[in-house]
Design a binder for this molecule. Structure first.
Ligand code: HQG
Length: 180
């Protein structure tokens, strides 16, 4: 069966974020992989591809998910990792309010335990309510939690802005979350 572009994207993101060892892909400490290893892994899955195809694929989705270093033939996931990688972005000051999109079924647990990163290295936040709503919809009926970033910065939280509006930070206790 021919894989769709979305399936190929998910496969590559899966290797870059979670399981590079599935296809003998080696990530450096910042999460960079050699594109030739990705192309070999695709080939092992009966998908013929080139570096330019990956660039096109990366640009064809509604959201940036990969960073591609064309010169050095490397690729990395910008967010979503469960593997622990070193952060090469400088921390930045975010807008005063960021949003986390979740599903209503998780609310009780989030109110009790705070915002956990679960399987991922970081908690993922958005600047735009619409994007947070999309993120939450992946899990069920969406619910938007507001986060007052000023208080968190004062308390020592670091915020990293990846491509396109995805902010990464550490787990957030419930007293900093606004469920209104
Ligand atoms: C929830 C995708 C119970 C949390 C997205 C979320 C994003 C809790 C779920 C990126 C909890 C984890 C990340 C607690 C948090 N009790 N549930 N204490 N704390 N949760 O997928 O943020 O499109 O790991 O609210 O768009 O949904 O693939 O995180 O609902 O940017 O590029 O546990 O992944 O990126 O789910 O998504 P996830 P997420 P891509």
């Amino acid at each position: 069966m021919n894989k769709t572009q979305t399936q190929i994207r998910k496969l590559i993101s899966y290797w870059l974020r979670h399981k590079p060892e599935d296809e003998n892909i080696i990530l450096d400490e910042f999460g960079w992989a050699n594109i030739k290893d990705i192309l070999a892994a695709l080939k092992a899955n009966n998908i013929q591809s080139t570096q330019n195809d990956l660039i096109e694929l990366s640009n064809s989705f509604n959201k940036i998910r990969w960073k591609i270093d064309e010169l050095n033939h490397k690729i990395k996931a910008t967010h979503g990792h469960s593997i622990c990688i070193l952060q090469e972005l400088e921390s930045q000051t975010p807008p005063e309010v960021l949003y986390h999109g979740t599903a209503t079924k998780f609310l009780e647990s989030i109110m009790a335990n705070g915002l956990k990163s679960k399987q991922r290295q970081y908690v993922h936040l958005s600047e735009a309510i619409d994007m947070a709503k999309d993120v939450g919809s992946r899990h069920g009926k969406p619910f938007i939690i507001e986060i007052n970033t000023k208080k968190l910065i004062e308390e020592g939280w670091k915020f990293y802005k990846t491509e396109q509006n995805v902010w990464l930070t550490s787990e957030i206790p419930t007293e900093y979350l606004d469920f209104e």
